[in-house]
Design a protein around this ligand. Sequence first.
Ligand SMILES: *Cc1c(COP(=O)(O)O)cnc(C)c1O
Length: 359
Amino acid sequence: MSRYWSAVVRSLTPYVPGEQPKLADLVKLNTNENPYGPSPQVIEAIRSGTNETLRLYPDPQATALRESIAACHDLDPAQVFVGNGSDEVLAHAFLALLKHEAPILFPDISYSFYPVYARLYGIAFEEVPLTESFEIRVEDYFRPNGGIIFPNPNAPTGRLLALGEVERLLQANGDSVLVVDEAYIDFGGTSAVPLIQRYPQLLVIHTLSKSRALAGLRVGYALGNADLIAGLVRVKDSFNSYPLDRLALSGGIAAMQDRAWFDATRHKIIASREGLVVGLQALGFEVLPSAANFVFARHPRARGETLAARLRERHVLVRHFRAPARIADFLRITVGTEAQCAALLAALRDILAPGRALG
Ligand SMILES: *Cc1c(COP(=O)(O)O)cnc(C)c1O
């Protein structure tokens, strides 16, 4: 606390990202990074863009990147907004599209950045409880609101809401924006993007951080009706005209174009996830059905905090959330390479060995 801080800064509760430790021999399964790395074409594009042109500002409209994203999704570039990671795109969506009189709605167990943005921008919100089985029930959102936002698949549960349910919500909710955060949609879900043509209140957000293995490059985008996109552009141009640098633009274009790498790596991750689920279940874990690149699991005999600590002693990092209470015994485990998944299971087998004390 400094006496020079503004009242706004004093009131903030910032988001706490997963740990990025410097240790080399770590099995790092705590922040849903992609274990396979980006397409070699991305590296090549960044390398060939690393030259004296860096003295020039990048294209403030990111036209070429928006064109390649539009081509991937069969949309018009006017239906695409890009930002410095989807976190920035989300922040702009909160200010541009979700700040109204009525409170916005999102699940009680969801991406913990949403309440942070809502507080930052002074947006009232209500957290809608997931069902007992940690599912979104769309009827719970059939009420007046200033907007609705949730990840699909949800994070940190990994549970997917069927596309028909997303559409049912759109049919019942025409007067405010529905933001579907599809950070993990490429790992087995069906995207809501095709619904954009029929529902002008739908904004879908994607990131290159997970399925395109570019968390370090910071590229995310929103897809929606051109009017929604124009609202996001107004906020962006009141904040930072150049959120994506030249290298991010070049790398992002190459990532969108290398469909073969994208498909091969995400299918490997989906296959490893299925193996990981079986392995965890064999150790006695309850694992929620996941359509993401992570699983959410708890063990009937061990507290989440204890398991996370014991894994850490064995140099395996997973994510544990203390709150809300009903997920305190779950671990969120990123799907790594086959070798990383095997190392995780071996460590858990050791930790849970019969006769071992579990605090
Ligand atoms: C990872 C994640 C994001 C943010 O991704 P960036 O593009 O890296 O900022 C957004 N939403 C959810 C639900 C995520 O898990």
